[in-house]
Design a protein around this ligand. Structure first.
Ligand SMILES: [Mg+2]
Length: 246
């Protein structure tokens, strides 16, 4: 499934955006990677400063990766062997492909492990994530998708949703964590678990709890068949506001 499909889909269509860490994978890979290579003490120290607002996400990530100069491509490949995608995700990708529902992964993690894990699962799904460049020297990180609207995150997910959707499209978002809060506000239908679920409850954002992508597919399929997948009023107002302010 390539980016081109996004541009060529008839509108309106159902578009699915999903988080990666802890959603497409059971384990938060970015978190586990940095914990493993930086050590618990440094990781926890920087994480606290990030959550307290002392560091932005970009500052926190830069400090963490600066501490692990020995991380190279082969080292990452070997470490990643212990992890895989949720098997239900492959079937979900097939289902979206079959029905022509564009699917995109939005991650505040890094392309280096997302790309490797998708390739290993033989999945071709477009994604937008922060960049981790691994060569023979120290790792380099780049953050092409920062936005002042999302100071706590390096990749502002809602921007991608708005950039890739038309006004009348039905936007579905699947996620589990803090980096999904912003995106969930702009979606017509949210599938949530973990802290995202509690956040939606507190803000009165309706959502469906999901256990795997089998739940997402079954619920979505049923709603579409019954023509019961409807625009979210609050999400549409917010989307229009954001479109109009550019
Ligand atoms: Mg997550």
């Amino acid at each position: 499934m390539h980016d081109r499909q996004f541009a060529s889909r008839p509108s309106p269509t159902v578009r699915v955006f999903t988080d990666f860490d802890g959603t497409v994978t059971e384990t938060d890979i970015g978190d586990a990677l940095l914990r493993h290579f930086c050590g618990e003490t440094l990781f926890d120290d920087i994480l606290h400063r990030w959550h307290d607002g002392a560091y932005t996400a970009v500052e926190a990530y830069r400090r963490l990766f600066a501490a692990i100069p020995r991380l190279t491509g082969p080292v990452l490949d070997e470490w990643l062997q212990a992890y895989s995608l949720d098997p239900s995700f492959s079937r979900f990708v097939e289902w979206c492909d079959h029905h022509g529902y564009p699917l995109m992964i939005l991650s505040d993690g890094f392309d280096a492990y997302i790309q490797r894990m998708l390739q290993r699962a033989q999945l071709d799904v477009p994604f937008r994530a922060n960049r981790l460049i691994l060569g023979t020297g120290a790792p380099r990180v780049e953050f092409p998708y920062t936005d002042q609207r999302c100071p706590q995150h390096a990749n502002c997910k809602s921007n991608h949703m708005l950039l890739h959707a038309q006004d009348e499209d039905l936007i579905v978002y699947v996620g589990d964590g803090t980096s999904d809060y912003d995106a969930a506000m702009y979606a017509d239908l949210v599938f949530a678990r973990g802290v995202l679920e509690h956040w939606c409850q507190e803000r009165n954002i309706s959502f469906r709890r999901f256990y795997s992508f089998t739940t997402v597919r079954d619920v979505l399929s049923d709603l579409i068949d019954r023509r019961a997948l409807r625009p979210g009023k609050r999400a549409r107002v917010l989307r229009r506001q954001l479109w109009s302010t550019g």
